[in-house]
Design a protein around this ligand. Structure first.
Ligand SMILES: NC(=O)C1=CN([C@@H]2O[C@H](COP(=O)(O)OP(=O)(O)OC[C@H]3O[C@@H](n4cnc5c(N)ncnc54)[C@H](OP(=O)(O)O)[C@@H]3O)[C@@H](O)[C@H]2O)C=CC1
Ligand SMILES: O=C1O[C@H](COP(=O)(O)O)[C@@H](O)[C@H](O)[C@H]1O
Length: 493
């Protein structure tokens, strides 16, 4: 039991869906296993599908047995956790139906002697993200009845589909809840390796002096996936890789890499620094977009279920841009992501500039011998590459690396992103959640690209073969190795 977490009731809207069964309930169970849940907790699933409490628990038991395969389990532990769970069937799209939810919350709060602390988790289709808060307000459920009580709301992604819609959603949410009660989730910020970017940068004196335009040649942020859109064709058609991945996950990663150190490690100072980075992004002029942003679509995407046979939705994006501030002026940032690529891998590479004069012939790849690679997944870790002499005669340089692997911390448990983020929200800590102004600033940067693509139709939408690295047209954006200016052994001889 975690004494720092308030006893509370969590309502999960959309509880009959994929996210609840695959991520939310398993993450809450992991917190239970690690004794991190509060003394008293009720997790109330809410959706239209008719289930009794028992039926809903049985579904979640199956989900948990599946997610726990191969892990250590205490007998009876899943059942002990499931006692926290109940279910209410009602239509969250009808204000007049909310009395069912309200009554069930009151019933549980009374039966379990819970304080009036309620968190709403919106795991529904995004078109419900403004309606549910509105109906909660209409039914007097957006404010606590006692001064010690609270209400919080977690909103899943996608948060809007454009600057205009994100602004409208922010406005609506902020008219119903306080900003400090709103948690906009981006699960990439819950990943251990992503949080470690901050610790790596701000707790080590050796990296920070190099972390700027004087020493960094370029920054690459790459998230590649091997799966296609699977059963999410309908959602993906309205989204595409730019809205699904770049606008949120990759932009947040870039924010952590590019931000200044906050004065203190607290939610607002940290999020202030992220928003400054997003506001410093150099906007593209329309003639620059096709030269700097490449989009692709995997062959076979148009035949996926619920995808239009003439779809122009991008499943791959690679882009190059600049951050116009004192730290990063002139340093290109390269972001890329795609589905059905050759590997599942998320990583960040900081390419450092080469030495001003190269004395040795060598085999360093990229712009110089020095790269810092942050492997977000899989094989989570951090490695620093540099050149060293090959043993023997002459001075042949080879690129070697010093590696830290999370697996070497053998006893340390690596939590899933949702575990960390759910626990933070239960604790009232929004440091790893996106703030309204940052979201709007990132949409402001992305919007013109989406508008340009909309106008272009399928022009400059490049097909690529599944299992490859993406369309060949991505190549001009790639970080190119600088030619080695040193004398080769042969030239010396
Ligand atoms: N699945 C994932 O891995 C991820 C999901 N997300 C986001 O989380 C949210 C939920 O995703 P996911 O669980 O996959 O979605 P699902 O479609 O699997 O589930 C959503 C649930 O919402 C309920 N619902 C309520 N109102 C409506 C409505 N008007 N139309 C359709 N369904 C409704 C449905 O239950 P019922 O019919 O019983 O009411 C449904 O089970 C989405 O916004 C998604 O973008 C974000 C990141 C990852
Ligand atoms: O939010 C999303 O993220 C996943 C990728 O997440 P990861 O943790 O597996 O890297 C992506 O597949 C999905 O399309 C997107 O909606």
């Amino acid at each position: 039991m975690n004494e720092k977490v308030d006893s509370q009731l969590i309502v999960i809207f959309g509880a009959s869906g994929d996210l609840t069964g695959r991520k939310l309930i398993p993450s809450l169970y992991e917190l239970h296993k690690r004794d991190l849940l509060p003394e008293k907790l009720c997790v109330m699933g809410a959706a239209r599908t008719e289930y009794t409490d028992e039926e809903f628990r049985n579904i979640q038991r199956e989900n948990l047995e599946h997610s726990q395969k191969g892990k250590e389990l205490k007998p009876g532990d899943i059942d002990a956790f499931l006692e926290h769970i109940c279910y209410v069937s009602f239509d969250s799209g009808k204000s007049s139906d909310y009395y069912k939810l309200k009554d069930r919350i009151t019933e549980k709060q009374t039966a379990l002697n819970l304080p009036d602390k309620v968190m709403y988790y919106l795991a529904t289709p995004p078109q419900m993200y403004d309606l549910i808060p509105q109906y909660l307000q209409e039914n007097g459920m957006n404010v606590a009845a006692t001064p010690e009580g609270w209400r919080r709301v977690i909103i899943e992604k996608p948060f809007g589909t454009s600057l205009e819609t994100a602004r409208a959603l922010n406005k609506k949410l902020m008219s119903i809840f306080d900003e400090k009660e709103i948690y906009r989730i981006d699960h990439y910020l819950g990943k251990e390796t992503v949080q470690n970017i901050l610790v790596l940068r701000f707790s080590n004196g050796i990296f920070e002096p190099l972390w700027n335009r004087n020493y960094v040649d370029s920054v690459e942020i790459k998230v590649s996936e091997t799966l296609g859109v699977e059963n999410r064709g309908k959602y993906y058609e309205g989204s595409g890789a730019m809205r699904d991945m770049i606008q949120n996950h990759l932009m947040q990663l870039m924010g952590f890499i590019a931000m200044e150190s906050p004065a203190v490690f607290e939610a607002e100072p940290l999020r202030d620094e992220i928003v400054k980075v997003f506001r410093s992004l150099r906007p593209y002029k329309s003639a620059e977009i096709d030269l700097n942003v490449v989009r692709g679509q995997y062959e076979g995407y148009r035949q996926e279920p619920q995808v239009s046979p003439t779809s122009t939705t991008e499943t791959y994006v690679a882009m190059k841009f600049f951050i116009d501030n004192w730290r990063w002026g002139g340093v290109p940032f390269y972001l890329s992501t795609g589905k059905k690529l050759d590997e599942k891998k998320s990583e960040i590479v900081i390419n450092f500039k080469s030495t001003p004069n190269q004395l040795f012939s060598g085999q360093c790849s990229g712009t110089s011998c020095n790269k810092l690679t942050i492997a977000i997944q899989p094989n989570e870790g951090i490695s620093l590459q540099f050149g060293l002499k090959m043993p023997g005669a002459g001075f042949e340089v080879k690129q070697v690396s010093m590696d830290f692997k999370y697996e070497s911390l053998s006893k340390v448990y690596l939590p899933d992103a949702y575990e960390r983020l759910l626990l933070d929200a239960m604790l009232g800590d929004s440091t790893l959640y996106a703030r309204s102004d940052a979201l709007e600033a990132s949409w402001k940067f992305i919007d013109p690209i989406l508008a340009h693509w909309k106008e272009s139709g399928d022009q400059n939408l490049y097909p690529y073969t599944p299992g490859t690295k993406g369309p060949k047209e991505r190549k001009p954006l790639k970080v190119l190795p600088r030619p080695c200016i040193c004398y080769s052994k042969q030239q010396i001889e």
